[in-house]
Design a protein around this ligand. Structure first.
Ligand SMILES: [Zn+2]
Length: 448
C-alpha cells in the first residue's frame, strides 16, 4: 500500500517535514520508501512499482506521523469510569489503593478483564496511540489473564506489551500465581509475531517481600525479560523501604536484580540525588505519569534533574487517560510550575513524548517504532490537521502543543494494517462493544 498526499513528520534521523509526501507500507508491516514530493511527479523506481501494483490511500493533505506510544498504563482500570466509592473519600495514596484499585482488581472476572482491555485499547487507538505497555492486576483471575488481554489487542489490531502485577498483598499463593503468569506469558509472547510482547510485572517495593522478589528474579533468570514495576510513586513506598530494609526502593530493587537497563520504573517521584545517580548509572528506564500523579496528589517528579543526569525518561498515562497528548502537555506544565521558570521543559517534554518512548521500545523489546523511515514498523497515525501557520522541523513542538494535540485522528495503521480508517474502526463495532461493556460493568460494580 502507498499512503500518498500526506504532510509527513518523519521523526527519523533527519527529522524532516515533507509537505506533500508518500509512504510505502509493505505487506510484512514495515515501512518501505518515503518520498517527499507528489508521487505523480517524482517517484523512485521501487516506490513506483509498488504504487502500480498495490493499494493507494489518499491522505488528502492530512498530517501523518508515527503512532504514539504509552509506556505505562493499567487497562484493568477502564471500567471504573463513573464508579462511586462508598464511605469517605480516600485522603491519601494508600487509601486510594485500598478503597478503589485493590477492591476493583479483586472483583475482576475474565469477562471484565476482556472488556476493560477492549475498551481501553479502542480508546487509545482513537487518540492515535499504536502501542500500549500495560501493567495488569486481577487477583481473583490470575492464570490466563494476559491471554485475555492479548485477545483484545489482536481484535483491535494494536501493539501491546503485557505483564502481570506480582505482589504479596494477597498472600504467598497468589504471589506465586503472578510469577507463573508472567513466566508463561513471556515464553508464549516470544514465540508469536511481535505484535503482543511481554515484560515481568511486579507491583511495588512496599507490597513485595524479599522472598517474592528473589523468586521473581530467579524465575526471570533464563528469560531475561525486563521488569515493569512502580517505584517511589508515593512517600509511603520510601518510608516502608527505609523502615523494613534500611534503603530506598531504587536501591533495594536494584540490589535484588529487578532494576537494570531493561526495567521500566514507573513514577520515580520521591527519588533522592543518590537514586537519580543510580538510575542513570545503571541505565534504568523511568516512566513519568504526570496526570495520574496530579490526580493522586503524590507529588511532581524531578524530571528535569533526571534528564540532566542522563536518565532515560519516557511517558505513560498510568491508566488515567488514553490521550498521550494530554500527558505531554501536563508534563510540560508541571515541570514549568515546579521550576518556577517559563523557559524550561520544552526539550524535555518533547523528548519524553516523542523520542524517549521509542528509544525504550527499541532498547527493551527490540521494537523499531516511532519513526517514519524505511525498515521501521509501519505504526502511523493520520491527523485531521492542516497547519494554519508554517510547520517546519524547528517548530514541531508548538504545533504539537497548540494544534496536533487537539486534532481528531482520521486513520491509524499498526504493523502495516489499518486499525482506524476514515474515522471508523476496521475490525470492531464500537457501539456494540460499548453496550456489552456497560452490561458487564453493571455486574462488576455490584461485586465491587
Ligand atoms: Zn501504574
Amino acid at each position: 500500500m502507498i499512503i500518498e498526499n500526506a504532510r509527513i513528520l518523519t521523526f527519523d534521523s533527519r527529522n524532516r517535514v515533507l509537505d506533500c509526501g508518500s509512504v510505502e507500507v509493505r505487506d510484512d508491516g514495515s515501512i518501505g520508501e518515503v518520498c517527499g514530493t507528489r508521487p505523480a511527479l517524482s517517484l523512485s523506481k521501487g516506490a513506483l512499482a509498488c504504487a502500480d501494483s498495490g493499494e493507494k490511500f489518499d491522505a488528502r493533505g492530512r498530517l501523518l506521523m508515527p503512532a504514539l506510544i504509552n509506556c505505562h498504563t493499567h487497562l484493568y482500570s477502564t471500567l471504573a469510569r463513573g464508579i462511586s466509592l462508598p464511605g469517605t473519600p480516600p485522603k491519601n495514596f494508600p487509601e486510594i489503593l485500598k478503597k478503589l484499585w485493590w477492591r476493583l482488581d479483586r472483583a475482576l472476572s475474565q469477562q471484565d478483564i476482556y472488556y476493560s482491555a477492549l475498551v481501553g485499547v479502542m480508546d487509545s487507538a482513537r487518540c492515535g496511540v499504536g502501542t500500549l505497555v500495560d501493567h495488569h492486576s486481577s487477583p481473583s483471575a490470575v492464570s490466563g489473564s494476559l491471554d485475555v488481554i492479548e485477545r483484545a489487542f489482536r481484535e483491535v489490531g494494536l501493539r501491546g506489551v503485557l505483564c502481570y502485577e506480582t505482589t504479596d498483598r494477597n498472600g504467598p499463593r497468589n504471589a506465586q500465581q503472578g510469577i507463573d503468569e508472567n513466566v508463561r506469558f513471556i515464553e508464549r509472547a516470544r514465540k508469536s509475531d511481535g505484535l503482543v510482547n511481554a515484560s515481568f510485572g511486579l507491583h511495588a517495593s512496599f507490597t513485595l517481600g524479599d522472598r517474592t522478589l528473589r523468586r521473581s528474579v530467579e524465575a526471570n533468570e533464563s528469560l531475561q525479560a525486563g521488569f515493569h514495576v512502580h517505584v517511589s510513586e508515593d512517600r509511603s513506598d520510601n518510608e516502608d523501604a527505609r523502615r523494613k530494609h534500611g534503603k530506598s526502593p531504587v536501591r533495594r530493587l536494584h540490589e535484588v536484580g529487578v532494576l537494570d537497563d531493561r526495567a521500566l520504573a514507573a513514577h520515580c517521584i520521591h527519588v533522592s540525588g543518590a537514586d537519580i545517580t543510580a538510575l542513570a548509572r545503571h541505565q534504568i528506564n523511568v516512566v513519568h505519569n504526570p496526570q495520574s500523579n496530579c490526580n493522586n496528589a503524590v507529588g511532581a517528579a524531578r524530571v528535569l534533574e533526571m534528564v540532566k543526569a542522563g536518565v532515560l525518561v519516557g511517558l505513560g498515562s498510568d491508566g488515567y487517560s488514553p490521550r498521550m497528548w494530554d500527558e505531554f502537555k501536563t508534563a510540560f506544565h508541571v515541570q514549568k510550575m515546579r521550576a518556577g521558570d517559563p523557559r524550561v521543559a520544552y526539550a524535555e517534554a518533547y523528548a519524553l513524548a516523542l523520542l524517549n518512548n521509542r528509544t525504550i521500545a527499541r532498547k527493551v523489546w527490540n521494537l523499531d517504532i516511532g519513526r517514519i523511515e524505511a525498515g521501521a514498523r509501519a505504526d502511523l497515525v493520520l491527523y485531521d490537521y492542516f497547519p494554519p501557520t508554517p510547520l517546519t522541523s524547528d517548530n514541531i513542538f508548538g504545533h504539537a502543543l497548540f494544534g496536533i494535540a487537539h486534532a481528531p485522528v482520521d486513520s491509524l495503521v499498526v504493523n502495516g494494517r489499518f486499525v482506524i480508517r476514515d474515522r471508523q474502526f476496521v475490525s470492531v463495532d464500537e457501539r456494540a462493544v460499548a453496550e456489552k461493556a456497560t452490561a458487564c460493568t453493571r455486574q462488576l460494580w455490584r461485586r465491587f
